[in-house]
Design a protein around this ligand. Structure first.
Ligand code: PLP
Length: 400
């Protein structure tokens, strides 16, 4: 009898973590490695947010917080949804978690019965299907196309819904493709959901502030308010406030769900770190002056990377609307051979060859449920990105 539970043995380690570790190991061996695999901003947390955390420590705000979050943060979350998204939630509809990751996990844990289905459009953030599986549910992956901008199409959603469907997970802007839905595109999907009242919507708006050019971010409840009583709107401070290590995520949704998640979290981690919650209050209520600076830097990097990748032989890189990822196709490199004689059969072969030959670490698309592609995180300096993209160009040019 195995000591470790079957459910754990069935879960894959996060591909992004594996790629990041492999790059670290090679670096430690003295190789010249550029890692474009991590999903966090290279910026530091803005000073006024750090100061709010320090002030909380000095005031002695170091005790257990309420399970659902400190009142000041839950008020700030409700105010943020009203101010930035025009959607109405009361503070009592909100929940704070140890990162958005915990909220996602608890939302699935609180709702999955064996065999319940969760529709996840591919390419997807690596954690969704594994979390669903860990909670006893069944991920139902629905593919998208490069031509369709990696966005879920209404007819594909309609086809995927069964009597067992519990959730649709939408993530816009997307990790890993950077694709973001316009209001009209969202409406075509919410129109389908309106016809299927047993399906709930989990909208992961984590990258909302990282959209470029004149793209306008929209959250589904703005286009279809009738879905309030079956939508969980998820967000967090990790990406827009460069606070990945503070571990604060939040959501708002119907009382029946928040109550179940409260119960679950109460038996688990209890409330998220008090100090980090006070810092998050400042993030949401305080100055947002860093945001245009982040956006400008990310947009310049996106434009540089897309342009350089489209000049690389065999690669096709669409221009994403947001986040800090690009998701080029390497389909035309399949069947080619690397300098040391290895045939590229898959996107995983492509990224292994790239790492071995040129020392650039990226993540293969099949890890995100859709290939042959790979994901580049451009949350690093222009100089490093230029070097990395030149190496990618050299790698593809060397394929025969
Ligand atoms: N959702 C998406 C799409 C993400 O990319 C991430 C982090 O990579 C998260 C949620 C989780 O964020 P956190 O747990 O840092 O709040």
């Amino acid at each position: 009898m195995a000591f470790i539970a079957d459910v754990i043995l069935g879960v894959k380690p996060s591909a992004t973590m594996v790629a990041t570790q492999k790059a670290r190991d090679l670096k430690a061996q003295g190789r010249d490695i550029i890692s474009l695999s991590v999903g966090e901003p290279d910026f530091d947390t803005p000073d006024h947010i750090k100061e709010a955390g320090i002030a909380a420590i000095r005031r002695g705000e170091t005790k257990y917080p309420p399970v659902l979050g400190i009142p000041a943060l839950r008020e700030a979350i409700a105010a943020k949804f009203k101010r930035e998204n025009g959607i109405s939630y009361k503070a009592s509809d909100t929940i704070v978690g140890t990162g958005a990751k915990q909220i996602l996990f608890n939302a699935f844990m609180a709702t999955m019965n064996p065999g319940d289905e969760v529709i996840i459009p591919a390419p997807y953030w690596v954690s969704y299907p594994d979390m669903v599986q860990l909670c006893g549910g069944k991920p139902v992956i629905v593919g998208t196309t490069l031509k369709g901008g990696f966005k879920l199409q209404a007819e594909d959603l309609e086809r995927a819904i069964t009597p067992k469907t519990k959730w649709l997970v939408l993530n816009s802007p997307s990790n890993p493709s950077g694709a973001a839905y316009t209001a009209a595109e969202l409406k075509s999907l919410t129109d389908v959901l309106v016809k299927h009242p047993h399906v709930w919507l989990l909208t992961d708006d984590m990258y909302e502030h990282l959209v470029y050019g004149d793209f306008v971010f929209t959250t589904p409840l703005q286009v279809e308010p009738s879905l309030y009583d079956r939508t969980l709107t998820l967000n967090g401070v990790s990406k827009a406030y460069a606070m990945t290590g503070w571990r604060i995520g939040y959501a708002a949704g119907p009382a029946v769900l928040i109550k179940a998640m409260d119960m679950l979290q109460g038996q688990q981690t209890s409330g998220a770190t008090t100090i980090a919650q006070f810092a998050a209050v400042e993030a949401l209520n305080g100055s947002q002056d860093h945001l245009p600076v982040f956006r400008k830097a990310f947009q310049e990097r996106r434009d540089l990377v897309v342009s350089m990748l489209n000049q690389a032989k065999y690669l096709q890189c669409p221009m994403p609307e947001g986040a800090f990822y690009v998701y080029p196709s390497c389909a035309d490199a399949i069947g080619k051979t690397t300098q040391d004689g290895k045939v590229i059969h898959t996107d995983e072969d492509f990224i292994s060859g790239l790492l071995e030959q040129e020392g650039v670490a990226v993540v293969h698309g099949s890890a995100f449920g859709q290939g042959p592609n790979f994901r580049i995180s451009y949350a690093t300096s222009t100089k490093v990105l230029e070097d990395a993209c030149s190496r990618i160009q050299r790698f593809t040019a060397s394929l025969v």
